[in-house]
Design a protein around this ligand. Structure first.
Ligand code: SPV
Ligand code: MG
Length: 285
């Protein structure tokens, strides 16, 4: 660990996608969580399963600082977290770029992330400051698709390598505008030159995600280009990564699970010490 150059790390995501067809990504929000995600390994019937890369999540980076996920963490602070992660893991990193903010801010974000050796940035088609997509009480306001396509083009104009990926994240299912709207947006963003398309949903069933995946194949056939398809199966958590891959998904991001599990363990330990007036019982947590 810690022995990879930015150039070599950057290329790893596309290399793994080309070799394997789909990749498993786990969230990291600190050096420690990156170490855990990096080391995780499971001996399955078909061989050893590991994570292929790390997701630097806006939700978990903000929550680690006790703050809401509304784009108030500064870019310098996010980059500090990215550096913590890169210090301890050689895996490729995908950064959650939120809305990407204004086109000019997005240009600088792309330049800074590519220089660090990040493999991909995902930006969502919502208006700054975005609200977290899983917050069902939040009002979700979508960006004008043409303006968002132009922001993608502005980012693409700054890349220095063919390997750095700019991925557009479709939020229509989150905002409730439906399949027709989301497909129109996917077409606009693909024509703008995106390197990947992420579809998000907050439903606990995978039906709308799989409907989109089927329609995406038809759309891509018509357009003659098929950027990798990405999902974040947080709410439809009965669905396996292999099932998602069978429906055409190429990048599966498990976006917040290391933070949520550590939060629960911390809470239990903190209460246990109060309840028992000593720490013996908390050792088991
Ligand atoms: C994140 O992990 O910050 C994400 C995914 O953007 S979600 O929280 O589901 O919006
Ligand atoms: Mg986010």
């Amino acid at each position: 660990m810690g022995v990879i150059t930015p150039d070599n790390r950057l290329k790893l995501l596309k290399e793994k996608l080309d070799q394997r067809g789909f990749v498993r990504i786990i969230e990291a929000h600190s050096g420690l969580s990156a170490l855990v995600g990096d080391a995780a390994s499971f001996q399955s019937e078909n061989g050893v399963v590991e994570y292929d890369g790390l997701w630097e999540s806006s939700l978990t980076d903000s929550t680690t600082k006790g703050l809401p996920d509304i784009e108030i963490i500064s870019l310098d602070s996010r980059i500090n977290t990215i550096n913590e992660i890169m210090e301890v893991s050689d895996k490729p990193v995908i950064v959650d770029g939120d809305t990407g903010r204004s086109p000019v801010e997005f240009e600088f974000l792309v330049r800074r992330l590519e220089r660090l050796g990040v493999s991909a940035v995902i930006i969502e088609d919502k208006v700054f400051p975005k609200r977290n997509s899983l917050d069902t009480s939040a009002k979700q306001t979508l960006e004008d698709p043409v303006a968002f396509g132009q922001k993608i083009q502005r980012g693409k104009s700054q890349t220095l390598t063919d390997e750095f990926m700019i991925i557009s994240r479709l939020e229509s299912l989150i905002a409730g505008t439906g399949l027709e709207d989301v497909l129109g947006r996917a077409e606009t963003y693909i024509k703008a030159g995106v390197d990947g398309v992420m579809i998000h949903s907050q439903k606990d069933q995978h039906d709308d995600i799989l409907d989109f995946a089927a329609a995406y194949e038809t759309l891509c056939k018509r357009l003659g280009v098929r950027p990798p398809l990405i999902c974040v199966p947080t709410t439809y958590n009965l669905t396996t990564d292999v099932e998602l891959a069978e429906h055409g998904f190429n990048i599966m991001i498990r976006a917040n699970h290391l933070l949520r599990s550590s939060y629960k363990a911390m809470e239990e330990a903190a209460v246990s010490i109060l309840a028992h007036d000593r720490s013996f019982e908390s050792e088991a947590v």
